[in-house]
Design a protein around this ligand. Structure first.
Ligand code: ZN
Length: 171
């Protein structure tokens, strides 16, 4: 169920942002420090994984990690560059911004606070800035040609994400 990504140089984005794709980090980064989202700073596991895998940069534009009881959004690969997902059709990937939730949500239920931070710190600002409709927010597994893929995890609920976005929408 893992995602295979070749070592890569960064590819400059030529297309307008039209899609947001959600992930959990355990699909790529295997370091035990980044497999389950605990209360500690775990981005180091992601950075180490990037070096180990010889990727050009973290393969998400943003990662959400929980530290000291609060979720924070980390800017990783600048969204002027594409992320590399061989299993996502180019028509989507070339226009997508990728957000990774730290951990593995096949095993863990996402916290309400994680959804709140996801919605108001990142999904709403990006949707607004690039005029991306709710219908263009996808789970990785919805676009992957790997039918066994569960990313961003079986416990992540899109209905809750969308309702949080509506709740925190700044008009
Ligand atoms: Zn994914």
């Amino acid at each position: 169920m893992d995602v295979k990504i070749k070592p890569s140089l960064l590819t400059i984005r030529r297309n307008k942002l039209r899609y947001i794709i959600l992930h959990h980090t355990s699909e790529i980064y295997k370091d035990s420090k980044s497999k389950i989202n605990n209360n500690k700073y775990q981005m180091k596991g992601i950075y180490d994984g990037t070096l180990e895998l010889k990727h050009g940069d973290v393969n998400y534009n943003f990662v959400i990690d929980k530290i000291d009881g609060e979720f924070s959004v980390f800017t990783c690969r600048p969204f002027t560059f594409l992320c590399d997902f061989d299993d996502i059709p180019d028509q989507y990937n070339r226009s997508a911004v990728h957000i990774g939730l730290m951990g593995n949500y096949d095993f863990k239920i996402s916290e309400k606070r994680c959804y709140e931070i996801l919605a108001y710190r990142i999904l709403n600002p990006i949707s607004k800035m690039f005029k991306i409709p709710e219908t263009n927010i996808f789970f990785h597994r919805e676009l992957s040609d790997n039918k066994d893929l569960t990313c961003p995890g079986l416990f992540v609920d899109k209905t809750v994400i969308i309702s949080m976005m509506r709740k925190y929408l700044i008009k």
